[in-house]
Design a protein around this ligand. Sequence first.
Ligand SMILES: Nc1ncnc2c1ncn2[C@@H]1O[C@H](COP(=O)(O)OP(=O)(O)O)[C@@H](O)[C@H]1O
Ligand SMILES: [Mg+2]
Length: 264
Amino acid sequence: MLTINNAVKIFSQGTPNEHKALSGLNLHLERGEFVTVVGSNGAGKSTMFNAICGNFLLNSGSIFVDGQNITYMKEHKRAGFIGRVFQDPMKGTAPNLTIEENLALAYSRQKTGPFGAAVNKKNRDMFKEALSEFNMGLEDRMQTKVGLLSGGQRQVVTLLMCTLVTPKLLLLDEHTAALDPATAEKVMEITERIVDRNNLTTLMITHNLNSALRTGTRTIMMDSGNIILDVSGEERAKMTLDDLLNMYSLKKKEAFDNDRMLLS
Ligand SMILES: Nc1ncnc2c1ncn2[C@@H]1O[C@H](COP(=O)(O)OP(=O)(O)O)[C@@H](O)[C@H]1O
Ligand SMILES: [Mg+2]
């Protein structure tokens, strides 16, 4: 479903600030794989997502989604089949539009024809039903402006916006990191349910190593713009937090520089 070949991204090339954020990264995801992504700050995790979404062009390498070469495809075109949720709950939704208007906008964006946040009866019923499954009471607040919702509620609306029309790829960038633990847990549950039901091919960046091992089917660890660890199946099922940290130390021969990653 997703193939990244030898991706290189160099920021500020030719200046004293030159930095290779992706250094020959290779990754292949089968359809329906749910891969968690860990790695210390600055490892290149978000840069990998930015590359997939087309925020910039690679210096070299190529990216394929579903057999199609998207290496040079415009960002807005990729947005039609890639869903992305950021850490910041403010990012995915329009605060001055209501829940149903946000959903209508997301729903119309995926199709040809006029763009708009107009809501008709049929869509309203569909949105309501989808929201009610999350047991957050959002189905009774369809006309509430999204800016009035809590961070967790906004992340759930964003998740639904990204998946109303099934994306080929779902990218979650620490999407629960800004939430309190109980809300984060709830949003993770909803995430897993959405991914499961739609059999979505998913990459989820998380700083929570426990969650990384518990969630999904495969875990990759990034460091200095590359993947240094890739575990799945039985090896992953048996893996403890300590194993993961030890393997990292083994690869890196140095301790994690990010205290957050040690918290679970
Ligand atoms: N737009 C940019 N311009 C310059 N440097 C960048 C840019 N985006 C990311 N970087 C640098 O690339 C490295 C990887 O960043 P990032 O992918 O955000 O790391 P993380 O793994 O924490 O998500 C960091 O050193 C970061 O400062
Ligand atoms: Mg990041």
